[in-house]
Ligand binder design. Structure first.
Ligand SMILES: [Zn+2]
Length: 966
């Protein structure tokens, strides 16, 4: 019989046909609309009628979602929200979404809402459970079963089989991670209601065999801001009359990168991780919007080889089932493969794969609002779009993943039939929010159908993957990792260990000296043994990333993230199996207690590169703090250049040092080395309105390390007089070159305001403007130039360093771009410090340091040599004035990840210091504050702030006949 209708609802004739055809009844053979249209006393007739009207073509719906039960006493979304899900021009604010789930939970024992924390702006973060009465009543038992399967060391295989027989998989669904992808958060309310109330065979099976858990909105702060923006601007958009700008902020800091937050810096992502480690859902499914019409992730190449082979087989299995089922229902445009790969472990739902579960992901066709809009799909005979983000490039003969720009521009190849896209959507049609709901909900119900059909397989696989993780850790070459005790800066070691612990990775502290083939390490070293359930994740995070040697392979996001290199922390890969038996005490969390030894009225704090040094300076902002310009010794302690010397209010100094986990020595007198005052700078951070995300990561770092700053925009820059207000202006990496930074969002004549009002109370946060278009313009450039010439320090990071070069603030600096052949999605490479005593490098003790390559400008400084003259003399080229750090370049200096064409960056400056008038511009070609990852580089930026008025520049070399000035 039909799976999606209970027999009682079918008219007799259709029921006979359905029974005859069996569960595999097809839309085409029966006419699914006939099935779907069958009236039922217990179905909501109004829903069926309205939803049919909102669905722009019959094939954009399915018999799973064209009806909705009406149950006395249980509120449907309409009963609470006032409208059915998917009504054009209707989006739901987060408070109303919560209101709905809570009303549903209050009305049925099949739904339960649990709080898991608060968002940055104080909204309740929840997980909603939906399942059979028994499942929800015994949730805690089911939680424990999964926790037992997650750690196979504690149970026998026989016991595991017993647990599998009793357990149920939790299938976690998450919407609204990206606030402009609005549909899934609407759809999930209807799904929850349907799973709780519908009496079809399909839904009953789901309810009996699966526990559904839901993150209604992963970024609720962004949701409300985006809904505000939609009601203010989007709702009035018609074809050919778009607003011209999206809302400048979603969440507080990182916009779209909440799906790249590999170290769970953002509070919302961290809350979900904490929940995950309690509940262990074997499947986590993120619902996004981007692709035509529904893309279902199946983990294409490049695949991280550390993950279990079972996973790589499970993913396409489920994706193919969805593709087949939706095709059966007559829904075109469902595809898999060819888009996102399985390389970076930093996507949010990867928390599941990283812990032996399964990440799943959809990209459903949709818009950032709820208007019905025209879609024009590409020509099926057109050549594949070039320059995909994931998988093989077009050159390999396989279709590349189309990029978002190509899709919007209608250049996508998604109209093409492929082995992974058996029925592409083509042509021109209207697309509505309800279409999005229909596709998303049909897909999810189908995924749940699969899970309900094979619940034991899912659970066995979860157990087996966990067990394999422990076993392979015992067998494979890498037996563990050791983080030696006694490293110069203990604070970054603590950060690293705590990040591993946060992800559930077991870390032990050695009780005695550790003797291994790799060396002898002191007691107190941290040991990560690979015979543990999350050993795969430990290896993924700690090892060097070796990208597959396929010259055509590209990756969707970062190619590398090696934590030791990113944090400049020594991490040893250990092959000696003896590491598995090293005596350790388990580490819950590293809490460093700082110390002040010695006696005296002057406290010296050695600068070992701790990021807490900058925090200390700001916590002691009322005290005089100096930096030693040369190394000095006190007893057997060496204080490197940059060490802090503080006097006055010793109690305050001591407690600040202790709280920050730093070490210090009280001295009878100040050391006799040259010193300069670390004046507290007045800092501004400049942001465009069109690109707030990378600024957000730097803001997050500044907030976390307690660096006060003003976030300023074009209006403040144009106002001028910047030097009277600020000592340092930081322009964070913002994609695009100098022109984009200066001209930003193009004005279309009508101002676009980002301001709080009675009606739109979530706008105007983190800055406001009557018009976010137009950029700082040339007037703004002139003001920044005046700021520098008057003595200010302008710091540009990554792609923002195109700006001073292209707009003449640093006339001797040129900024070029890499060639089309160059490709480096975030490699970790060597950088060479050329002026070790420069204040920017306080705390760094090596000449070569690992840095993340940011695809910023290829900088150069004119040396004055005649560019049209003779060939340059033999031997190494001279280092131009002001170049503080450079990239040695070449393949030998790629430490982790992927860089094709590494010779292109050979000897290119990584940091340049240029004087201008009384001030200076410091250009970073890289991004020293990237996505809460490259902690080892943060200090170069922090040192720049603290030493802003003590940076010394070598005098210009006079022009000579051989070295002409320009
Ligand atoms: Zn998304």
């Amino acid at each position: 019989m039909s799976l999606w209708r209970r027999p009682a609802q079918l008219p007799a004739a259709l029921f006979v046909m359905a029974v005859t055809l069996g569960a595999g009844v097809t839309a085409q053979s029966t006419g699914k609309k006939a099935v779907g249209a069958s009236a039922s006393v217990s179905d909501d007739a109004e829903f069926a009628r309205l939803v049919k009207g909102w669905t722009t073509r019959p094939e954009f719906s399915s018999p799973l979602v064209d009806h909705l039960p009406k149950v006395a006493g249980i509120p449907s979304p309409k009963d609470i929200l006032g409208h059915h899900i998917g009504e054009p021009k209707k989006l739901t604010y987060y408070a109303d979404i919560l209101k709905y789930y809570r009303a549903l939970a209050a009305a049925t024992p099949r739904v339960k809402v649990t709080s898991i924390g608060k968002s940055n702006e104080g909204r309740d973060l929840v997980v909603v459970f939906v399942g059979g009465d028994e499942s929800i009543r015994n949730l805690e038992s089911y939680r424990k079963y999964l926790a037992q399967l997650a750690d196979p060391r504690k149970i026998t295989a026989a016991r595991a089989a017993e647990i599998v027989a009793k357990a149920k998989p939790i299938y976690h669904l998450s919407g609204g991670l990206h606030s402009g992808e609005v549909g899934p958060s609407e759809m999930l309310m209807e799904l929850a209601y349907r799973v709780a109330t519908e009496d079809s065979t399909l839904v009953r099976q789901i309810r009996d065999n699966v526990i559904v858990s839901i993150t209604p909105v992963a970024d609720p702060d962004g949701r409300d801001r985006n809904v505000d923006w939609y009601y203010k601007y989007g709702i009035n958009e018609t074809e050919g009359r778009a607003t011209g700008a999206g809302v400048p902020y979603w969440g507080k800091y990182v916009f779209h990168d909440d799906n790249r937050d590999i170290n769970y810096s953002q509070i919302e992502m961290r809350a979900l991780l904490d929940w995950y480690l309690q509940w262990h859902p074997p499947i986590m499914h993120d619902l996004h919007q981007a692709q035509t019409l529904l893309y279902t992730f199946s983990g294409q190449a490049p695949q991280n080889p550390n993950l279990d082979p079972i996973l790589f087989a499970e993913l396409p299995m489920m994706a193919n089932f969805e593709m087949a089922q939706l095709s059966k229902y007559g829904m075109p445009g469902v595809w898999t493969h060819g888009y996102v790969d399985m390389w970076s472990p930093g996507y949010l739902a990867f928390m599941s794969s990283n812990h032996n579960g399964m990440i799943r992901m959809y990209e459903i066709q949709g818009f950032s609002g709820a208007n019905t809009q025209k879609m024009r799909l590409g020509n099926p005979n057109a050549a594949p779009a070039a320059g995909g983000r994931g998988g093989p490039s077009a050159a390999s003969g396989q279709a590349p993943g189309p990029d978002a720009a190509a899709i919007t521009a209608g250049r996508s190849n998604q109209a093409q039939r492929e082995w992974f896209r058996p029925w592409p959507a083509t042509g021109e049609f209207d697309w509505s929010l309800r279409n999005n709901t229909n596709y998303g909900e049909t897909g999810v119900l189908t995924a749940l159908q699969y899970t309900a059909a094979f619940p034991k397989v899912i659970l066995e696989n979860f157990y087996q993957k966990s067990r394999n993780s422990v076993d392979t850790g015992r067998k494979e070459t890498v037996a563990g990792y050791l983080i030696p005790g006694g490293q110069r800066d203990a604070t970054r070691v603590a950060v690293l260990v705590n990040m591993l612990r946060m992800q559930g990775i077991e870390v032990g502290r050695s009780t005695g000296e550790v003797k291994l083939k790799e060396g002898t390490f002191p007691a107190g070293s941290y040991v990560v043994k690979r015979d543990q359930p999350y050993a795969r994740l430990a290896k993924i995070l700690l090892e060097k990333q070796v990208f597959p040697a396929d010259p055509n392979l590209r990756t969707y996001d970062d190619a590398s993230w090696t934590m030791g290199l990113m944090s400049h922390t020594d991490v040893k890969e250990i092959a000696d199996k003896a590491v598995l038996d090293v005596a350790v005490e388990p580490v819950a969390e590293v809490k460093l207690a700082g110390t002040v030894t010695g006696a005296g009225s002057t406290v010296a704090i050695p600068h070992y590169g701790s990021n807490n040094m900058v925090t200390l300076r700001f916590r002691l902002k009322d005290l005089k703090v100096q930096a030693a310009e040369k190394e000095f010794k006190q007893g057997d302690i060496t204080f490197p250049a940059g060490s802090f010397i503080v006097s006055g209010d010793l109690a305050k100094v001591r407690s600040a040092i202790e709280a920050l986990g730093l070490t210090a020595v009280a001295l009878p007198a100040a050391p006799s080395v040259p010193m300069h005052d670390l004046d507290v700078p007045r800092v501004a951070m400049y942001s465009t309105w069109g690109n707030t995300q990378d600024v957000g990561w730097v803001r997050y770092a500044f907030d976390t390390f307690e660096i006060p700053f003003d976030l300023i925009y074009k209006d403040r820059v144009r106002q001028g007089n910047l030097k009277s207000a600020y000592d340092v202006i930081v322009i964070a990496h913002q994609s695009g070159g100098g022109k984009r930074l200066v001209f930003d969002i193009e004005s279309r004549g009508t101002p676009i305001a980002y301001k709080k009002s009675e009606a739109f109370k979530y706008l105007g946060m983190y800055g406001e403007s009557d018009d976010i278009t137009g950029g700082m313009g040339i007037e703004g450039v002139a003001e920044l130039d005046k700021f520098v010439k008057a003595g200010g320090v302008l710091v540009t990071l990554g792609a923002a360093s195109f700006f001073p070069a292209e707009f003449g603030l640093t006339p001797k600096v040129d900024a070029a771009r890499t060639s089309a052949q160059f490709y480096s999605p975030g490699a970790i490479i060597d950088a060479e410090i050329l002026q070790p005593e420069h204040p920017i490098f306080y705390g760094y003790d090596k000449k070569l340091v690992p840095v993340r390559y940011a695809n910023g400008p290829l900088l150069s400084v004119q040396t004055g040599a005649n560019p049209f003259g003779d060939a340059p003399p033999a031997g190494p080229p001279p280092i131009p004035q002001g170049v503080l750090m450079r990239y040695p370049g070449g393949d030998d200096h790629v430490l982790s990840g992927l860089m094709r064409g590494a010779n292109e960056i050979r000897n290119r400056p990584a940091i340049i210091d240029q004087t201008s008038g009384k001030g200076r511009v410091i250009l970073f070609a890289g991004n020293p504050c990237y996505r809460w990852q490259n902690f080892g580089e943060f200090n170069m930026l922090f040192n720049t702030l603290l030493n802003y008025n003590d940076i010394k520049s070598e005098p210009q070399k006079p022009a000579t006949k051989d070295n002409p000035a320009r």
